[in-house]
Design a protein. Structure first.
Length: 295
């Protein structure tokens, strides 16, 4: 009862006067003080995007700032500074707020772009889709030609059957784009992992696992778990490139994880996939996290 009373007293009376005194002493509003006290990146952006400086403590323009589109960011920054009576010559605050709002709006846009690509079904009548599939084969198997479009050879790179298009149903074109991106930008690593996936005891289906990891990356983006990583990695609006880079990290780290764990059989894949998922989620909880293949 006493705790409730003091909470009510602070929220409704003391907090207003405390903020007023701090502004008088520092000549800075609460948002300026928060920005000054936090490290650039996730710490700063999450403080206004998730934990309340904007969402719970403010009204009007400032509350709506976290819901704007990228094109509206510059105007929103000016409006916030005007509402909070922050001098335009405070270029540091202006730049920091601009970056944070770009990160917030960019994250939402990135999710939309990823979702749209996921919803595109693989179409064997689409020339671009087919070209990407053949490119994947050529990147992974440069010394072996495909004998036909529908062939058992696809199993050599970890697809389930004669026609890979059936394996893309869950993640759509996103699954193929991720596989191609990793094979194109990290060709040596991709070929090495493909070779390791053919291990007689610890082997797994390379392409199928790759599509499964696309689903993992997608779900982490969807539930907001990638915010800290992307806000620390990108000083501005996150792009599709950054999502692909995170996927590459997952592929590389999962292969290491799989061989370190030494599962008894591929039949235990779901169990170890979930264990790996939990490990990644744990890493992403750290506010300073950056997960890239370069690390």
């Amino acid at each position: 009862m006493l705790v409730y009373f003091w909470g009510f007293l602070y929220s409704n009376y003391l907090r207003f006067w405390l903020k007023w005194i701090l502004r008088l002493l520092t000549r800075k509003c609460e948002l300026q003080r928060v920005f000054d006290g936090l490290k650039a990146g996730a710490q700063r952006t999450l403080s206004i995007g998730n934990r309340g400086v904007v969402r719970k403590r403010s009204r009007g323009i400032l509350r709506n700032a976290v819901h704007i589109e990228e094109a509206e960011v510059e105007k929103c920054v000016r409006d916030v500074m005007k509402e909070k009576k922050i001098e335009q010559k405070d270029t540091g605050f202006k730049t920091n707020l601009h970056i944070s709002l770009l990160q917030i709006s960019g994250y939402k846009k990135l999710y939309s772009n990823v979702e749209n690509l996921r919803k595109v079904p693989y179409d064997s009548d689409n020339e671009e889709h087919e070209e990407q599939l053949i490119e994947l084969w050529n990147l992974l198997m440069p010394h072996e030609n495909l004998k036909a479009r529908i062939t058992k050879q696809w199993c050599d790179i970890g697809f389930q059957g004669d026609d890979p298009k059936t394996d893309f149903r869950g993640m759509g074109l996103l699954g193929l784009v991720n596989l191609v991106y990793f094979s194109k930008h990290y060709t040596d690593e991709a070929r090495q992992i493909l070779s390791r996936s053919n291990h007689p005891k610890l082997g797994y289906s390379y392409a199928i696992v790759g599509i499964n990891l696309t689903e993992m990356a997608y779900s982490l983006l969807k539930n907001g778990a990638l915010k800290s990583h992307l806000y620390n990695m990108v000083s501005g609006s996150p792009q599709m490139e950054h999502f692909h880079q995170f996927y590459c990290y997952l592929v590389y780290e999962f292969d290491k994880f799989w061989f370190e764990e030494e599962p008894e059989s591929i039949m235990h894949f779901n169990q170890y996939r979930e264990k790996f998922h939990e490990k990644i989620r744990g890493l992403l909880l750290h506010c300073d996290v950056i997960l890239t293949l370069q690390n």
